[in-house]
Design a protein around this ligand. Structure first.
Ligand SMILES: [Zn+2]
Ligand SMILES: [Zn+2]
Length: 194
């Protein structure tokens, strides 16, 4: 889908201590999506953000290496809804959720929370809608092709060029995330899925 001109796009946590930008290159090969899934909502509730339901959470799917933290990196913190859950990065200064990544740097995927961006005019239109509620309690993905194509082309490019190693979220030497995650207990988790 044709996009607005890609430019460096600034982001900040709610209190402004942690700031950075997503590179123009990152914006250019991103996929702008919304997600209605229970996990995205639960994470917003855990971080005391406004309840998105019945609406979705707006996310920019992109390469982690295109996230550049400029100030306040010491506030970067990590949460998982469950031991096998995605890595949910946030700013510990104000509990603002920033991005969700896979659990390994070698699968370079980040879903950046669009609400953290200061100007979203470069993002282009929303293409894919994930887990959209349908009559009868079912959930369906709409135009998943855009997200699937974007994901595959980004991951291949990053792995082939080795640029995945520039992720700000992992220690490439050990392969571990740079922060120890807070992992929710079953009780904490069930309180968030209502
Ligand atoms: Zn903050
Ligand atoms: Zn989701």
């Amino acid at each position: 889908m044709r996009k607005a001109k890609a430019v460096d796009t600034a982001f900040a946590c709610s209190c402004g201590c942690l700031r950075g930008h997503i590179t123009a290159a990152g914006i250019r090969c991103s996929t702008h999506v919304v997600c209605y899934c229970n996990d995205c909502r639960a994470a917003q509730l855990y971080f005391n953000q406004p309840d998105p339901a019945p609406g979705p959470v707006e996310v920019l799917q992109m390469l982690p290496e295109e996230v550049r933290i400029e100030t306040g990196a010491e506030h970067l913190a990590l949460m998982q809804l469950s031991p096998k859950g995605m890595l949910r990065w946030y700013a510990s200064c104000c509990d603002a959720p920033l991005a969700t990544t896979s659990r390994t740097a070698k699968f370079p995927f980040a879903g950046f929370i669009v609400a953290r961006m200061l100007d979203t005019s470069a993002l282009g239109p929303i293409t894919t809608r994930g887990f959209v509620p349908k009559p009868g309690g079912k959930q369906e993905h709409e135009k998943l092709g855009y997200a699937a194509f974007g994901l595959v082309s980004r991951v291949l490019k990053s792995l082939l060029t080795g640029s995945w190693k520039h992720t700000p979220f992992f220690d490439i030497g050990t392969g571990d995330p740079i922060r120890t995650p807070v992992i929710l207990t079953k009780a904490e988790r069930s309180a968030l899925y209502k």
